[in-house]
Structures are given as structure tokens and as C-alpha cells.
Write a protein of this length. Structure first.
Length: 470
């Protein structure tokens, strides 16, 4: 599609000629050579190359790359009208030149689509902030921060982690037991001993997971011990347990059995996989953004079943691994081309991660917002990014939204991409810092809540940045 400014025919001294004008096209379009004024300019939106018309030779002569404010402004207007889909390049040029706030005020929308593999949806991005970011090369660059207007379908933040891993060698068939290191809820009692029997060797790197007779999540403190089972996985990427073993409550350490150790909430992050895992993470998954399964899904274009890669010995994939393909597989290539990795800072929990530090930084193309970015009171201030003006304006608040506010905040309610009337509970990346398994979310009535385990499935409203990768 070729778009020209209005062409004007001028008569001077009895002669008619067409005044030079400016046009926009794709590199694949056939450039017109009739009815064009000498000196007219034509800019290829997808490449940025500009051409000047030579009327004497009826040809377009390459003249360089469009870079003027007026050129970029017209490119971005074309995007806003949705008339040219391949013009994300024009937006990137505006952002790189520091013009993002001028042409895309907070609350503007960038048109886009998302294909879930069977259906292509309109998937606009809200402009939520303009600020400097650090890209993968360590350079500070101007950026336009975008957040998905509609929510992606529900997925676990993280899979239920293993409590025991066959590290260094296979775990031989036989009887094993472990002890509870503390009281937790109504069902975990300190010093209680539980045993089980492996009928066959567990291969090296195989995993033992606490679940129930019907679930891959144990919910230790919420489920009666009679319902607990040991789920056996021969490999970390197996999504179906090989078998479910019953647990026997023992009065004391059983004879001719191997002691696996003590299961405790005090266990720190262990990258070796030698000890038993943290009890909380064994029950409800891990609330650490950098290690989450959902982060892998958002930053992958791999097919369903292939986007997960184990990140530590106890790690397990979300239950939806085989259901969803990587998020990026459904986005247009020209949009992905202007969305590079940037540094994202996230606060860590103080239970299993206290020895790692207070925060950690990841490089992400797509990420979940934090409490602070969505203008909610954080647990750790001025760490997980400045608040996004979009949310301050949308919520209509003079100060950040308080945590656990009762009732409804209709301005913070979001809806599913496939059903714009279906309100969603939407996951944030912020960990609840008082345990190792809950993350914050905004529920379907619009208030911020933390009692949501990593193994719970929630909708997602991911964010990204248009900026330079250089």
C-alpha cells in the first residue's frame, strides 16, 4: 500500500506541473512513475530507505535513510491508523531519537496480533511508560514500555518442585524415609517420620515429588498425610509420574531403610541437589522470577512441550508445558525485531534466597510487571522499577494502591484475550518475600493479593520495551 500526501497541480506562466510531495510504501511495493512531481520523496516504511523522484528520467533515486522528525511522525501515524502493519521500525526510530513521549503519550495503544496456534487475536499493547532502560549490551537507552492490554490464558508461575533428586548416581530400589523439620499448618508435624519403598532404581537426575493420589501438587499443610504420595519421575522433563508411592507414618526410624534427611522450610537454595529441597518449594513451587517456568514460556518461540529447560536440580516444568507454545511464536516477526532484551530487577524472598541477595537482575524480552510498576505499594521500595504512569492515571490514585484492600477496584480489572468480558486474576513477578512459594497478583476484582502459590495458574499481562539493542 502506497500513501502520498495530497498532490497539488500548480500552473505558473501558462505551464502546469505537479508540486513535489512525500509518500510512504513498503519495499515490496511497485513505485509509481506517473503523476509524480519532480523531487518527490518516497520512504520505505519497513527499511527506512528514502528515494527522490527524477522526473526527467522517470525513476526513483535512492537518497538515504529517513530520519527527520516529520518523516518519523508520519510513520508512527500510519501505525496508529493500522494502515501499514510493517512499520514498527518507524516507532523504534522515534523512540531511539527520544521522541516516544511526543508521538505516543501514556495510554496510547500499539496495534499487534497474537496467534495461539489455532486463532489469531487482536493483541494491542498499552504504552505504560517512557524511561531509560539498560539493554543486553549494558548500554542505557531511551525506551517505550508496553504492556499487553488483554491477558494470556492461565499458567502456573512454576511447577511443583522435587523434594529429592538422584544426584551423582541412581537411587537404588529399597526403603527410604525422611523426617519433618517443623510444624506447618494443620498437617505437617515436627519430627514425624514418613517412609516409602522404591520398587525400581531411580535413574541419575530422576526426581521424587510430593503429590497426592490425584494431583501433582501436594499442598502439604492443607492436605491430610493419608493423601500424600511420592511421585516418581525418571527424568526432570517427564510430565507424567512413572508411579505414585504411598507414604507410611512411622513411630521411629524404620530398620533396613535409608535416611534421606529432614524436610524443612529453612533450607536455602541448593544448586547441587544433594540435600532435600526446601519444604515450601516442594509443596507449592518456587516464587523466584529468574527460575520460573512462566519466564521461560514468555521468552521462547518453541513449540508446546519444548520451551522448558531445567534450571536447577529440583526444578520441574509447569503443568501447561504440553498445552501452550512459547509466547513469542505467536507474535509478528517485525514486532519482535524492535523488542530486545533489557535488564529487569526483582526482589528475592527472605526464606530460601537470603544468602543469594536482596535482588537479582535478569535479561528479558518479555516480563511480568512488579507491584511497584503497577502502582501498588511494594514490599521493598524503589527496587523493582519505577511506577508506570499508565497505572497511576488508570487507577486515579494520588498514592499507590494498598495491598489487600477489600472490595473491588474496577480500574485494575483485566480480561482474557479470548473473552473480553471474562475478568482474570493476573500474576505479577514480585515474590511474596515472607515465604519461598507465593507471588503477588491482582485478582479478578482488582485488588493486590499475595496468597497465591507458584503452582497456582493465573492469567498473564506481560510487558516489554521498544528500544535500541545497540
Amino acid at each position: 500500500m502506497i500513501t502520498f500526501d495530497d498532490k497539488i497541480t500548480v500552473t505558473e506562466q501558462g505551464m502546469q506541473y505537479i508540486r513535489p510531495t512525500k509518500g510512504y510504501c513498503l519495499s515490496t511495493d511497485t513505485k509509481p512513475t506517473t503523476g509524480i512531481g519532480n523531487g518527490s520523496v518516497l520512504i520505505e516504511i519497513d527499511t527506512g530507505k528514502s528515494y527522490v523522484f527524477d522526473e526527467e528520467h522517470t525513476t526513483w533515486v535512492a537518497s538515504g535513510v529517513a530520519s527527520s522528525v516529520s518523516d518519523i511522525k508520519q510513520l508512527t501515524r500510519l501505525i496508529a491508523r493500522g494502515s501499514v502493519e510493517e512499520s514498527y521500525w518507524g516507532i523504534l526510530q522515534a523512540v531511539k531519537d527520544g521522541l516516544g513521549p511526543d508521538y505516543f503519550p501514556i495510554g496510547s495503544q500499539i496495534p499487534c496480533t497474537w496467534d495461539n496456534g489455532t486463532t489469531v487475536y487482536d493483541f494491542p499493547w498499552d504504552v505504560v511508560d517512557h524511561r531509560n532502560v539498560v539493554n543486553a549490551k549494558g548500554h542505557t537507552v531511551p525506551a517505550m514500555i508496553l504492556q499487553a492490554h488483554w491477558c494470556l490464558p492461565t499458567i502456573q508461575f512454576d511447577g511443583n518442585e522435587a523434594f529429592k533428586v538422584a544426584t551423582g548416581a541412581a537411587l537404588e530400589a529399597g526403603k527410604y524415609y525422611f523426617k519433618m523439620g517443623q510444624n506447618w499448618g494443620n498437617n505437617v508435624v515436627k519430627d514425624k517420620i514418613y517412609s516409602f519403598t522404591l520398587a525400581a532404581d531411580l535413574p541419575e537426575h530422576g526426581q521424587l515429588v510430593l503429590g497426592t493420589a490425584s494431583s501433582t501438587t501436594s499442598g502439604l499443610p492443607d492436605t491430610a498425610p493419608s493423601n500424600w504420595r511420592v511421585l516418581v519421575y525418571d527424568a526432570p522433563t517427564d510430565t507424567t509420574p512413572k508411579t505414585r508411592l504411598e507414604l507410611t507414618e512411622e513411630d521411629s526410624a524404620p530398620e533396613n531403610a535409608t535416611d534421606l534427611g529432614t524436610l524443612s522450610n529453612a533450607e536455602k537454595f541448593d544448586a547441587t541437589g544433594v540435600a532435600l529441597n526446601n519444604m515450601q518449594r516442594s509443596a507449592y513451587g518456587y516464587n523466584r522470577w529468574s527460575m520460573s517456568g512462566v519466564r521461560q514460556m514468555l521468552n521462547s518461540d518453541a513449540p508446546a512441550g519444548s520451551w522448558y529447560h531445567q534450571q536447577h536440580p529440583y526444578d520441574r516444568p509447569p503443568d501447561q508445558l504440553g498445552t501452550y507454545r512459547g509466547f513469542m511464536a505467536g507474535l509478528p516477526g517485525d514486532f519482535l525485531a524492535v523488542v530486545p532484551q533489557i535488564e529487569v530487577v526483582t526482589a528475592l524472598n527472605t526464606i530460601s534466597d537470603s544468602e543469594i541477595g536482596t535482588t537479582e537482575t535478569t535479561l528479558d524480552r518479555f516480563f511480568l510487571p512488579s507491584l511497584e510498576e503497577e502502582y501498588i505499594v511494594p514490599q521493598l521500595a524503589d527496587v523493582e522499577g519505577p511506577y508506570w504512569p499508565y497505572w497511576k492515571e488508570r487507577l486515579g490514585l494520588d498514592s499507590p494502591q494498598v495491598q489487600y484492600a477489600p472490595g473491588t477496584n474496577p480500574h485494575h480489572i483485566r480480561y482474557l484475550v479470548s473473552n473480553h468480558s471474562q475478568a482474570q486474576s493476573v500474576r505479577l513477578r514480585s515474590a511474596f518475600r515472607g515465604n519461598s512459594y507465593n507471588t503477588w497478583y491482582v485478582n479478578s476484582t482488582g485488588y493486590a493479593y499475595s496468597y497465591n502459590s507458584a503452582t497456582s495458574a493465573n492469567a498473564l499481562a506481560p510487558a516489554c520495551a521498544i528500544c535500541s539493542s545497540d
